[in-house]
Design a binder for this molecule. Structure first.
Ligand code: UDP
Length: 350
């Protein structure tokens, strides 16, 4: 049994790769050079899965993937995908554009990349006979929900082309379940955040639009971050979100794979913690972790922001046996801060 040494120096036994009919599963990860994709790839490798990553590097980072596992291919290149799918047991599909604001400015780009790219992948999977898929969906499929926490059967009413593009794929997957026998799990992500600094993996979007990296940048640079609205109907007037540590989110993908490889039926699952925190609460956590004040200004509301988005995650816990273990807000911010500092030190090295 291979052992591993933790940062504290304690020897830890690595979880054995679960073997299905004594064969180690072959997994193709699209978008594995991105934030959540690279963390999931890392955990798949830790578990002993065979992994190949497809990424066109338009938004991902080459250094996030072991070079021998990376194939630089655009998802729309169906013919180039087909040979990579030979012998694959399941696909974990992250590759997509994710910025709500950008999707409002360039809806065609989002439908082309997120829907068109997925369609091409699904066609290549059909040709190769690959019948299992874990799909990155989003809480944005709910739009402005009427009930909090949000159950999976809440009305689906996206208010951005990004959210719509993900819902269209979920709908395609329902049809492919029926007419192609494709079994899929769609994970509707809430707010992924945090990092795995010991693996050198974390959030590096350009431009960055997410709250925690922007708060850390503000602490570091002294340039104020904009707080988008303090007049929401919430206790402190700022928006409430369900912040889930990226390693817990990655773990949900492994649980989904186990479930599908063991013959589980298709389904959609909220991937959140079930706990909400306001922008001000996140800011306070950043101040406690960094020991510095966050410079900020109150700005107008950001179009499309719902006041509160918190998952009802009971279905994921119950069906996939998943639970968050690293999603405490302090832990999230500590990991994000450690990663931010090392990425910055790396960027300033000649
Ligand atoms: N937010 C903010 N200032 C920023 C970025 C985000 O006040 O510069 C707020 C945003 O309005 C939302 C929360 O932080 O209420 C989380 O936003 P983020 O973009 O990180 O994720 P989203 O909830 O949009 O997926």
């Amino acid at each position: 049994m291979p052992g591993q040494t933790t940062r504290s120096g304690r020897a830890r036994r690595r979880a054995p790769a679960r073997r299905y009919n004594r064969i180690v599963p072959n997994i193709l990860v699209t978008g594995g050079a991105g934030y959540i994709g690279s963390l999931t790839t890392y955990q798949l490798l830790q578990r002993g899965f065979e992994v190949l990553v497809v990424d066109d590097l338009s938004r991902g980072h080459r250094q996030n993937v072991p070079p021998h596992l990376l194939r630089v291919v655009h998802l729309q290149e169906t013919a180039a995908l087909a040979p990579l799918l030979a012998g694959v047991d399941a696909v974990v599909h992250f590759a997509a554009f994710i910025a709500v604001g950008e999707s409002a400015r360039e809806p065609e780009l989002y439908f082309s990349n997120n829907v068109g790219g997925t369609l091409s992948l699904l066609a290549a999977m059909a040709r190769a006979g690959v019948k299992r898929l874990v799909f990155s969906s989003t809480a944005a499929v709910y739009g402005n929900p009427e009930t909090i926490p949000i159950p999976e059967d809440a009305p689906l009413a996206p208010v951005s082309p990004y959210g719509e593009s993900k819902l269209i794929v979920e709908r395609m997957l329902r049809q492919l379940d029926e007419f192609r026998g494709l079994r899929s799990v769609a994970l509707r992500y809430f707010n992924a955040c945090g990092a795995l600094p010991e693996a050198g993996l974390g959030e590096q979007h350009e431009p960055e639009t997410h709250l925690i990296p922007l708060l850390l940048r503000a602490v570091d640079s002294g340039e104020p971050v904009k707080i988008f609205g303090e007049d929401y109907p919430t206790p402190d007037g700022t928006c409430i979100r369900d912040y889930i540590h990226v390693t817990d989110l990655a773990q949900a993908h492994l649980a989904a794979l186990d479930y599908l490889l063991e013959g589980g039926a298709s389904g959609v699952f909220n991937a959140g913690t079930g706990r909400g925190q306001s922008v001000m609460e996140v800011m306070r956590a950043v101040e406690e972790v960094t020991g510095r004040k966050v410079p900020y200004v109150i700005a107008p509301r950001r179009p499309g922001d719902a006041a509160e988005l918190v998952a009802d995650s009971a279905k994921l816990r119950r069906t996939l046996g998943w639970k968050p273990v690293r999603s405490d807000l302090h832990r999230i911010v500590q990991d994000a801060w450690e990663f931010y500092q090392s990425a910055r030190a790396g960027a300033s090295r000649p």
